[in-house]
Design a protein around this ligand. Sequence first.
Ligand SMILES: *Cc1c(COP(=O)(O)O)cnc(C)c1O
Length: 430
Amino acid sequence: MQYYSLNDNTIKASFSEAVIKGIAPDRGLYFPENITPLPQSFFDTIENLDTIEIAYQAIQQFVGDEIPETELRDILADVLNFEFPVVEIEDNIATLELFHGPTMAFKDVGARFMARCLGYFNRNNNNQVTVLVATSGDTGGAVANGFLGVKGVDVVILYPSGKVSDIQERQLTTLGQNITALKIDGVFDDCQDMVKTAFLDKGITDHKQLTSANSINVARWLPQLLYFLFAYKQVKSKGKDIVFSVPSGNFGNICAGIVAHKLGLPVKHFVASTNINDTVVRYLKTSDYDPQPSKATISNAMDVGNPSNFIRIQRLFDNNFEELKDNFSAYSFDDGQTKDAMKKIYDQTKYIADPHGAVGYLGLKKQELQDNEYGIFLETAHPVKFMDIVEETIKTSLEIPPQIQKVMNKEKKSFSIKSYKELKEFLLQK
Ligand SMILES: *Cc1c(COP(=O)(O)O)cnc(C)c1O
């Protein structure tokens, strides 16, 4: 499979080049040259296929012949060794729980898949790739866990000092080995800016192969399409039209859902649910794309003012605004509405939603489902990752699951970095 840059379609890369570089040399996002629908028989018989078979058939075309079948199946078996249950909480409304992985965030699947692909590409050489990633919380933990011990890969994670939760900080700073955490004196945007500057700094890139591990990277982004197939398998027998609501920040997850739809997955409509960082919501109203600096909310993994993957969504709808609006809606909710939804869901159903999932639930409610429609919102993180706000909102204490307990007593290790100059020196002497 070839990928091209969305800035210039003459700039091409193979799957491995796209994974290793992360972003095209002209700073464009890579996009698959073809998306070939799966045969109808795949959807007709999906209830008889296991997770790995579904995953292999759906992802194979995006990898092409660069990873042989046996190895790709092994990678998928390793990455997808936990559950993706659909849990009904009201008539015709269910949540797809994506938080059963090792760091209890949906980013585990993409991070682990990318890590294992890079490990495969590095199997016979001594090349060293540095994964440089800025995190506002969840990405860092998933990336650290996914890349731990992967041959030929060093991971450097930048996180804003004092701005991530204690659990999130432990997930980033307690692993050691090839994972280094840098505590930045600043906010998330400062971490992000330093990472972007480093990618453009020839003083670094002439000496080191840097890559990104956010959803810009095709190996982080594309495996997320599998969630939507796993959900379909579980609710197909209801015979209803599916509406997915995806809590969205950088819009990678929902964009992967639209790729699944292109592969032939029956989906009636996609709803992007956001917090007050509402650039896409405003765009759908006005057709004017006007990104704004991000604002802090209680669903902080979605505090993104200029969603990187929206350009891929536009491409998936042939850059046709009307076609986009027929298939895709976006709604925004503030923190008060999000807390009210968490309370309401808990009081009426005893289900505990995290703030991101609650935003997804609100999106389904706003969409006003018809009788023949079945709404599924994605639960993108376990509520314990946002323990303080969840406990305070629903007035109940949460149990700490074993995955999280494991990091609670480990010692945190990180280096403090105060400026870009210090980051550069750090990367060059590593
Ligand atoms: C990253 C994240 C999101 C947003 O996903 P995008 O693909 O960036 O839209 C939503 N919820 C949680 C918990 C996340 O960590």
